[in-house]
Design a protein around this ligand. Structure first.
Ligand SMILES: C[S@@+](CC[C@H](N)C(=O)[O-])C[C@H]1O[C@@H](n2cnc3c(N)ncnc32)[C@H](O)[C@@H]1O
Length: 241
């Protein structure tokens, strides 16, 4: 939703996401349209939601621009998006025209995405959908079966996901990333620390944490993914935010 709110409205010229609206549900699209048109709602509940989403959209603009630039620089033949959610890069980034994109996500989330991308035109060379639950799923096998080649460089993107996982799940995933990273690969990780009080308030007010992550909730154990990443070593990893 945050990217759909910002598209065409942010003063940041480098940001554009024409796919964001198409990837939302009808209910989410209606809410985004209301926010885009303004004015600020008066009731406290609607106002809280409005302020939360508009600020999130500013953060997403910065995050998206930074990651897009990194992916462009990587110019990798393979891109693996871990926890892809409503990421629209394979349908909006012309720079991926020679890249094979693997969208890894929880099966429940991916089911919705598959229906919604039908209306979009792909920019990437190809997109392969890889349903995996990081909590116990076999990522290595799923990637192998989908045609990921560990002998070719890969740009791995793990954006807005690690805070839903515990330390073991993060470590297991990182070892697979490392094993399948040929020289020239890079890992882009973007996450925020769970703001537990804010999250609790959002759940109380709206009865949900994040509608497209219904199977997951930020994990208190994952409060320090940066420490986990550094403990594992920087061979193929690089940090952002
Ligand atoms: C907040 S969304 C971020 C989506 C996208 N990367 C982005 O930045 O817009 C979190 C994503 O993590 C995925 N996710 C959370 N827990 C997961 C798990 N255990 N296994 C697979 N995916 C998971 C969700 O399905 C969702 O797509």
């Amino acid at each position: 939703m945050a990217r759909a709110i910002a598209h065409g409205r942010t003063p940041v010229a480098a940001f554009s996401d024409p796919t964001a609206m198409a990837l939302l549900s009808a209910e989410q699209r209606a809410e985004v349209e209301q926010i885009r048109q303004g004015p600020r709602p008066k009731g406290w509940r609607a106002r809280f939601r409005y302020e939360h989403l508009t600020r999130e959209s500013q953060m997403m603009v910065a995050r998206t621009v930074a990651i897009d630039a990194d992916l462009r620089n990587a110019a990798a033949p393979q891109v693996v998006i871990l926890g892809a959610g409503l990421d629209g890069r394979a349908w909006r980034m012309r720079e991926l025209a020679t890249s094979l994109v693997f969208e890894v996500d929880h099966p429940d989330t991916q089911r919705q995405k598959l229906q919604r991308v039908a209306s979009l035109t792909r920019e990437a060379r190809d997109v392969r959908f890889v349903p995996v639950d990081f909590r116990g799923g076999d990522l290595a096998h799923a990637l192998e079966a989908a045609g990921h080649d560990p002998h070719l460089p890969t740009a791995w993107l793990w954006e807005g996901v690690v805070m839903y996982l515990d330390r073991d799940q993060i470590e297991t995933t990182l070892r697979i990333v490392e094993d399948r990273s040929a020289p020239g690969s890079r890992l882009i990780v973007a996450y925020h620390q769970p703001a537990l009080m804010l999250l609790l308030l959002a759940v109380i007010v709206f009865g949900r944490a994040d509608s497209h992550c219904a199977h997951a909730a930020p994990d208190a154990e994952a409060a320090s993914p940066l420490r986990v990443l550094y403990a594992l070593g920087p061979r193929s990893s690089r940090h952002r935010m």
